[in-house]
Design a protein around this ligand. Sequence first.
Ligand SMILES: NC(=O)c1ccc[n+]([C@@H]2O[C@H](COP(=O)([O-])OP(=O)(O)OC[C@H]3O[C@@H](n4cnc5c(N)ncnc54)[C@H](O)[C@@H]3O)[C@@H](O)[C@H]2O)c1
Length: 336
Amino acid sequence: MNSPVRIGLLGCGRIGSMHAELLARRVPDAALTAVHDLMGDSAARVAAAFGARRAASTAELIEADDVDAVAICSSTDTHIDLLMEVAAAGKPAFVEKPLSLDLAEVDRGIAAANAAGIDVQVGFNRRFDAAHRHVRDRVAAGDVGEVHLVRISSRDPDPPPLSYIEVSGGIFCDMTIHDFDMARFVTGSEAVEVYATGAVRVDPAIGEAGDLDTAVVVVTHANGAITTIDNSRRAVYGYDQRLEAFGSAGMAASDNPTSATARYWDTDGPHGRPLPYFFLDRYIPSYEAEWDAFVAMVRGAPSPVTLADGRAPLVMGLAAWASVREGRPVAVAEIG
Ligand SMILES: NC(=O)c1ccc[n+]([C@@H]2O[C@H](COP(=O)([O-])OP(=O)(O)OC[C@H]3O[C@@H](n4cnc5c(N)ncnc54)[C@H](O)[C@@H]3O)[C@@H](O)[C@H]2O)c1
């Protein structure tokens, strides 16, 4: 039997602390050995909660003998520098999305990882959601025939804090980026053109920060399929995540799970249970499956979400911003 893959985790914020818990408790073939965060308190809390060592620095964690692979879960603007350090140490890496908001930085990281020959998995967890994956598998098996349309609704229950919005890269590079990944994943085809529009319908402060909170994007793929994406930063009924692939032989769709299956009926009819509140409710099983796939990659399987898969949705996000600014469809090739 293989011994667990020993993982060191950088960044113990919102997503890093969730990953730490999964690695320590829910992924049988992984062990969380060390953590580090610039904020010592966060690292100390996560280390104590999940039985890991608190490393004194990123370098100490990356080079440690008890760290087989490194999970980069820190703020977006640190991902590429940390990936370069992990590449220099020759260890496999997990990198949260987005790789960066700067395409030149992404290319710098990809060049370093390729030169070092390390395996990297990017954190597009929705590929591991059982319902979304079923849609993609139906498409890949030819069950919907030739894909004509993909429709993605992706709506958050509430906007993140303004301090997050201001450094997030805006809705297209922070939020829609997951949907761009799903569009490529489900169709199995690259985007060639992006046409986006958006508005501020939820909170004027989001507009004052230079962002949008409501958006629609039309993506044209190389194989002729068209994906439409609609996003909102506030769905009052919960975290709304649905997708549909429609083609010449049928349709495959994924729906929202309810937070419980109980229902109640009265004179107004049936009343269901609410949707999961947010990604930490809806997507935990996908994050677990993401880590199972990471362990398999460290043990020799190909990366399930490559650096190229990390780069392409960023290009689509940048194209969406250009489209909104210029009021026209933007060819992906114009961006890079
Ligand atoms: N895949 C997903 O579903 C998902 C969900 C949320 C966030 N994310 C991504 O995860 C990343 C982190 O997001 P978050 O919401 O946890 O942010 P956060 O601000 O809560 O946490 C980021 C943490 O990184 C730490 N940090 C910054 N620089 C560091 C460095 N050089 N070394 C070590 N630690 C450092 C910060 O101190 C902070 O604790 C972002 O890139 C975000 O886009 C992905």
